[in-house]
Design a protein around this ligand. Structure first.
Ligand code: T5A
Length: 209
């Protein structure tokens, strides 16, 4: 059976990943493709528990090492139990965040060693990499404003402005390094325009199938 295609959505806080993922799913299903929608950290019962641990605000300071290892622990479960089986059965997988988030948040935001992230990526994922990544990019203030309007902020949404600027810069740098995988979409425009641009990228992918 032909292996499925792995698509990820990336970007800073509140740029519109969750809003647009359903749009992509509908577009793929309209083209007759069987697709599952999932997210990181999370995607399995166990990984969703890790997500709660990671996102909850708490008094105890979570070390960067604990944070990154938990991200990859959740990812290992997710790959083994959800992503890989679906791809092997020919299903397409649509994932809200994946390892590019680790490069952006832990690498860019927390300034952790990129070589260590690469090492963990290779160990945990083997050869698994996204076939296409939609990177929604918007000025930090726009995304934070949207996230703020939604209510209580989680542990990652309570960082300083420079943290998010570094996250954004790391995403854009990665997009430059991986032009075949990562497509940057300007998320600082109307939702209809954002959807149009995403729709174009998905059509391109479908035409290469
Ligand atoms: N993390 C994750 C790491 O540090 N390392 C890792 O390896 C991984 C995998 C996960 C957190 O974990 C961190 C990063 C994250 O901080 P999350 O909830 O998955 O948290 O991610 P968030 O970015 O916090 O998710 P959000 O729901 O805040 O952002 P979205 O999904 O990008 O935004 P969305 O779609 O909910 O939209 C926000 C609001 O904006 C509106 C929407 O209607 C919504 O109200 N909106 C627009 N308004 C106007 N114009 C547009 N174009 C709009 N698009 C959306």
């Amino acid at each position: 059976m032909k292996q499925g295609i792995f698509i990820t959505l990336e970007g800073g806080e509140g740029v519109g990943k969750s809003t647009n993922i359903l749009f992509i799913k509908n577009q793929l299903e309209a083209a007759g493709i069987s697709v599952i929608m999932t997210r990181e950290p999370g995607g399995t019962e166990f990984s969703e528990k890790i997500r709660q641990l990671l996102l909850e605000n708490r008094d105890e300071i979570v070390t960067e090492q604990a944070e990154i290892l938990l991200m990859f622990a959740a990812r290992a479960q997710h790959i083994q139990h959800v992503i890989q089986p679906a791809l092997s059965q020919g299903q397409w997988v649509l994932c809200d965040r994946f390892t590019d988030s680790t490069y952006a948040y832990q690498g860019g935001g927390r300034k952790m060693d990129i070589n260590m992230i690469e090492w963990l990526e290779n160990k945990i994922q083997g050869a698994l990499r996204p076939d296409l990544t939609i990177l929604l990019d918007a000025p930090v203030a726009i995304g934070m404003d949207r996230a703020n309007k939604r209510g209580k902020l989680d542990r990652f949404e309570s960082e300083q402005q420079t943290f998010y600027e570094n996250v954004r810069a790391a995403y854009l740098k990665r997009a430059q390094q991986k032009p075949d995988q990562i497509r940057v979409i300007n998320a600082d425009q109307s939702l209809d325009r954002v959807k149009n641009e995403i729709g174009f990228e998905i059509q391109q992918l479908l035409s290469r199938r």
